[in-house]
Design a binder for this molecule. Structure first.
Ligand SMILES: Cc1ncc(COP(=O)(O)O)c(C=O)c1O
Length: 382
């Protein structure tokens, strides 16, 4: 690793009992796929989000994959997805043999556009024998995956009132939204199964990891079973279906337990960064912020600004060792998803991609570093 001083985008912050708990795993030999830390971590995440059960997985993508499988999505089905998301959401749909139907982004919230979703469901789908079909090709639409982009959320009451009229499953990609609430209810609890990610840049990190949360005991048991190679006997290698080796190992769950202890302080720090940036960047050049609905309290995961001078700002910040990053390239621009059905409004996804950039938001960022970031943004485009 280079010693060069830079201000990172969103670094993991190992400030608590991580060493102690990992050492405990190493000292006792409980480093692998079973162990007390896995159970504790699952419970801590579920409790924090207000769900009954948590099932750990190797990463958020695996958590999404299993949730889609258990929601009954099958090969050749469709799953509705925002066009603006991280590629893992779309990939998890492909893993079950389905294809995404992509919905353009809301210009202000940057989440799935609910007007377009409503129009699409009303005009382009047909219900028959308890299933929903895409009229144009007759293929079944089995599910929808809302993604709480940047830890923000759309109007979830409206989302649910639109979607619940149709016989489709909801699988929530809440990977970025641990700590975000809508009317006091946590991201990940608006669907039978919600998924979190704990990769290196998330609000808490286990290096790599994920958790599925659910209130349904049967789903939780099934998820645990299928993520642990579907081993059906404690005594011998009897597996009763094709399972996955998706379980998070104890040594990483140990980091997760320590990180969960720190989560409230991380959310507090993220929110301090958000308010610092908002008050100091408001009115600078043409900078705009992602809209937050009054009912939503975001976790402030990764602060992202919008400016038509995106490239100039990006170049300046990166040249000055302030790591900043453009938004994800929309799914309809990627080779494997370019031919998907794209329910497009004004192609806001493209506009957001071309105008937004995320700026340093690590929980360990110092006040001095925040000042430097703001100053350099002003130097570049102010
Ligand atoms: C929106 C979104 N979906 C899915 C994932 C996948 O999570 P992971 O990287 O843990 O597999 C991520 C995080 O990387 C994400 O940001």
């Amino acid at each position: 690793m280079s010693n060069e001083k830079f201000i990172a985008l969103s670094l993991p912050n190992m400030a608590g009992n991580e060493w102690k708990y990992v050492k405990d795993c190493l000292d006792t030999g409980w480093i692998s796929s079973v162990g007390e830390y896995v159970n504790r971590f699952e419970k801590m995440v579920a409790d924090f989000a207000g769900a009954k059960y948590g099932v750990a997985a190797v990463n958020g993508t695996a958590a999404l994959h299993i949730s889609l499988l258990l929601s009954g999505v099958k090969a050749n089905d469709y799953v509705i997805l925002p066009n603006l998301t991280f590629v893992a959401s779309a990939n998890s749909i492909k893993y079950v043999g389905a294809d995404p139907i992509l919905i353009d982004a809301d210009p202000l919230l940057w989440q799935m556009d609910l007007d377009l979703l409503e129009e699409f469901l009303e005009n382009e789908t047909d219900e028959k024998d308890g299933s929903l079909f895409y009229i144009k090709d007759g293929r079944r639409i089995a599910a929808i995956m809302p993604v709480h982009i940047l830890g923000n959320m759309c109007d979830m009451d409206r989302f649910l009132s639109i979607v619940k009229k149709y016989p489709i499953a909801i699988v929530e990609d809440s990977t970025e939204a641990l700590g975000t609430t809508y009317k006091g209810k946590s991201g990940g609890t608006f669907s039978p199964m919600g998924c979190f990610s704990f990769n290196g840049n998330k609000i808490i990190s286990t290096g790599g990891g994920g958790v599925i949360i659910t209130d349904d005991e049967k789903l939780a048991k099934k998820a645990k079973h299928i993520t642990t190679t579907a081993k059906a006997s404690p005594d011998e290698y009897y597996h009763d279906e094709v399972g996955y080796n998706y379980r998070l190992v104890n040594v990483l769950a140990a980091i997760g337990v320590a990180q969960m202890e720190l989560l409230p302080s991380f959310i507090k720090r993220k929110k301090e960064c958000v308010s610092y940036y908002k008050s100091n960047l408001n009115g600078v050049a043409d900078i705009r912020f992602q809209k937050e609905l009054p009912d939503v309290k975001t976790n402030g995961w990764l602060f992202t600004i919008q400016t038509d001078k995106q490239q100039k700002l990006l170049d300046h910040l990166n040249k000055n060792k302030i790591l900043s990053r453009r938004f994800w390239m929309p799914m309809n621009k990627l080779p494997m998803y370019k031919d998907c059905v794209y329910v497009q409004g004004k192609d806001n996804s493209d506009y957001i991609y071309n105008t937004c950039l995320s700026i340093p938001s690590s929980t360990g960022i110092t006040d001095e570093e925040l000042e430097i970031v703001v100053q350099e943004i002003k130097n570049a485009i102010g």
